[in-house]
Write a protein of this length. Structure first.
Length: 311
C-alpha cells in the first residue's frame, strides 16, 4: 500500500464502517451490486479484498428471496440452480463473490494522522475484534496516548473481552479505543480505564478514514468540535443540535429533547419514526413550536407518516 491516503468517498467510508460493525466483516456480492462505486473504491484502495465465494444465492427467477442451493454447471458456464419456473438459472459470478475488510490497510489509513511509531505495526489483542495501534501523539500533550481499535463495542460480550485485555495489559492512563460503531449504539456505555470514541466523530474528512489527531485531542479535552458537513451532532444531554456543522439549535423542554433524540438515533440507524412515537400533537410543527420548527423544517421530512432527517 502506498503512503498516499486511499481515495474514497463519504459513501465508501460509511460502507466500510458498517461492514466492520457486522458480526463477521465480510461483504457479499449481492450487497456489493447495490453500491458498485463505493465498493470499487474500497477494492482499489486495498481496503476490501476477495475472500472466497457464496455457496447459496437468492432465487433470480421466482420473485422471492428464498435461498437456493447452487451447483456447478458446464451448460450455465459456472454456478447455477434449478428453478421450477425457469429451469436451470445461471448465477453471475460477481453476485457470489465475497470480500473481507483488509484490516492491516484499514488500520494504516485510520492512524495516518496520529503520528504512530513507524517501527510498530498494529497488534491483535482479541482475534478479529481488538487491536493495539500504538502510542498516538495528540496536540501538545507531553506524553503519547495509548490507542486501540475495536469492533462491536456496543456488544456486552465484546466489552467483557476488552475489559479482560485491559486487565492483562494495565496502563497508567486511560486508553483511547476507536470504535467502528455509531455513537447511538453505545450511548451510556462505559468501560473503566478507557475513552470510547466513535471513529465517525473524529474523522479528518468525511471522504477519508484518517482520524484527526487535532479533533481527537479536542474530544479528550472536552472541547466542542463542529460536526462535519452532512452529519448531525447532538450533545450528550440532548439540548444542542448542530446540522451540517452550523449554529446549534437549543432544546430546553424534556418533550423536545426526547423527540429530537429519537429523530437523531433513527437517522443514524437509517430509519424513520412514526409521528405517534414523537408527539401527541399530531404534527412536529405544533410539537416544537413555530420558532424551532422553522430551523428544523428544511431538514426533516415525512414519508408515509414516518418522520426523519433528510440531509
Amino acid at each position: 500500500m502506498s503512503d498516499e491516503p486511499p481515495r474514497l468517498s463519504a459513501e465508501a467510508v460509511a460502507l466500510l464502517l458498517e461492514v466492520l460493525d457486522l458480526e463477521e466483516p465480510f461483504l457479499n456480492g449481492a450487497v456489493a451490486e447495490m453500491s458498485p462505486g463505493p465498493v470499487g473504491m474500497l477494492r482499489a484502495s486495498g481496503l476490501l479484498v476477495p475472500h472466497g465465494h457464496e455457496t447459496v444465492s437468492a432465487s433470480l427467477a421466482d420473485h422471492d428471496d428464498a435461498p437456493v442451493t447452487l451447483i456447478r454447471s458446464e451448460k450455465a458456464g459456472g454456478f447455477a440452480y434449478f428453478s421450477p419456473s425457469g429451469g436451470l438459472v445461471a448465477v453471475p459470478a460477481a453476485r457470489l463473490a465475497r470480500h473481507r475488510v483488509e484490516i492491516t490497510n484499514t488500520l494504516a489509513a485510520i492512524g495516518a494522522d496520529l503520528a504512530l511509531p513507524s517501527a510498530r505495526t498494529p497488534r491483535p489483542l482479541i482475534d478479529g475484534l481488538l487491536w493495539e495501534m500504538g502510542d498516538a501523539r495528540l496536540g501538545k500533550r507531553p506524553v503519547r496516548v495509548q490507542t486501540w481499535f475495536a469492533r462491536r463495542m456496543w456488544q456486552a460480550a465484546v466489552r467483557a473481552q476488552v475489559a479482560a485485555a485491559l486487565q492483562a495489559r494495565p496502563y497508567p492512563r486511560d486508553v483511547i479505543i476507536l470504535c467502528t460503531s455509531r455513537a447511538a449504539r453505545f450511548r451510556g456505555v462505559t468501560l473503566p480505564g478507557t475513552i470510547l470514541v466513535p471513529i465517525r466523530d473524529v474523522l479528518a474528512a468525511e471522504n477519508g478514514l484518517a482520524v484527526s489527531g487535532e479533533i481527537l485531542d479536542a474530544r479528550m479535552r472536552g472541547v466542542a468540535v463542529a460536526a462535519a458537513p452532512g452529519t448531525l451532532d447532538l450533545s450528550p444531554d440532548g439540548t444542542r443540535l448542530r446540522i451540517h456543522g452550523g449554529e446549534p439549535i437549543v432544546f430546553r423542554s424534556d418533550d423536545h429533547i426526547q423527540a429530537i433524540r429519537k429523530l437523531v438515533d433513527a437517522f443514524h440507524a437509517g430509519r424513520r419514526v412514526p409521528i405517534r412515537e414523537l408527539t401527541d400533537h399530531g404534527t412536529l410543527h405544533r410539537h416544537f413550536g413555530g420558532v424551532k420548527w422553522k430551523l428544523l423544517k428544511p431538514y426533516i421530512t415525512s414519508v408515509k407518516g414516518a418522520w426523519g432527517f433528510d440531509l
